[in-house]
Design a protein. Structure first.
Length: 291
């Protein structure tokens, strides 16, 4: 009698497991990745029409979420970031609430960006909150720098971004960056260096509406040390954004005599004195003043 009862129960269990496996199989292999990619692209464009997201592949993952491969983030037609993988995992309980919570992990070589994003249906064009932490990211992998072939940047960067979309007109953000072993290769006319090295760069930036302010930017190196201050007014298109920046550089013991002499001639100051570079104008047409 017990054996007869067990057989139907075993069959039911088998069919349930079989059905679940079939569901997972078809959900994975018949996943409408092109439709999902189009939806994400349109959502990004609603935030800013100049934002463009591309991915070679998107597939569902367990726990419920999405896996993207070979992701490219462009702005105004210029590649900004290239990532091997992006994993997105929504918090299951938040799916039934007005405010959705989404976790994400971005893989860039040996570096990662991990974070949480909150979406509120009352705010259509930006996240309600965003917290992201980057670690071990190679500066050479940031595609945005490659639009200037005469400048090559390398080094490692860690950072943290805190953004609150409910504050101000279009949200407020604080970004802190700590870069180490930064090397900047230069092939520029009238610049007396072919390479600059900084052991440490520590920067803090605040974004309030259209105003991006440099709260702190300290540069430490054997050739030069210094600081950067000022702000940018972000406009559309971004090339029209206005600059008001000041960079003070102090020659250090590791600076070559030829470079020290060139700085003296450019600034008109005595050798070894700090020089100040002021940058005004727009991103498209910056103006430089050296003192």
């Amino acid at each position: 009698m017990a054996k007869n009862i067990m057989k139907p129960a075993s069959k039911i269990t088998f069919y349930i497991i079989y059905g679940l496996l079939a569901l997972v199989f078809f959900a994975y292999y018949l996943f409408p990745q092109q439709t999902v990619l189009q939806m994400i692209t349109k959502a990004a464009a609603r935030v800013d029409p100049q934002i463009e997201l591309k991915a070679a592949q998107v597939k569902p993952k367990l726990p419920p979420g999405l896996n993207f491969k070979k992701v490219q983030f462009n702005y105004a037609g210029v590649p900004v970031l290239l990532a091997e993988r992006v994993k997105i995992t929504p918090a299951f309980t938040s799916l039934f609430e007005d405010e959705k919570e989404i976790g994400f992990i971005v893989t860039l070589g040996d570096g990662t960006i991990k974070g949480l994003m909150n979406l509120d249906r009352k705010i259509n064009n930006r996240p309600a909150k965003l917290v992201a932490t980057g670690s071990g990211i190679s500066l050479s992998r940031i595609a945005y720098f490659k639009q200037w072939p005469q400048v090559k940047i390398d080094g490692k960067i860690n950072g943290r971004l805190d953004y609150d979309g409910r504050k101000g007109v279009s949200g407020r953000a604080h970004l802190e960056i700590l870069a180490s072993n930064v090397a900047v290769g230069l092939q520029l006319p009238l610049v007396p260096f072919d390479k600059l090295a900084f052991s440490r760069i520590h920067a803090q930036l605040n974004l309030d509406g259209r105003r991006l302010a440099i709260k702190r930017c300290q540069l430490d190196g054997e050739q030069l040390s210094g600081k950067v201050s000022g702000f940018m007014i972000l406009l559309r298109p971004r090339q029209r954004s206005r600059l008001n920046l000041s960079c003070t550089l102090k020659p250090e013991a590791g600076l070559s005599p030829a470079a020290a002499m060139s700085l003296k001639l450019l600034s008109g100051k005595s050798e070894g004195s700090p020089i100040t570079i002021r940058i005004n104008g727009t991103l498209e047409r910056p103006k430089y003043t050296i003192r």
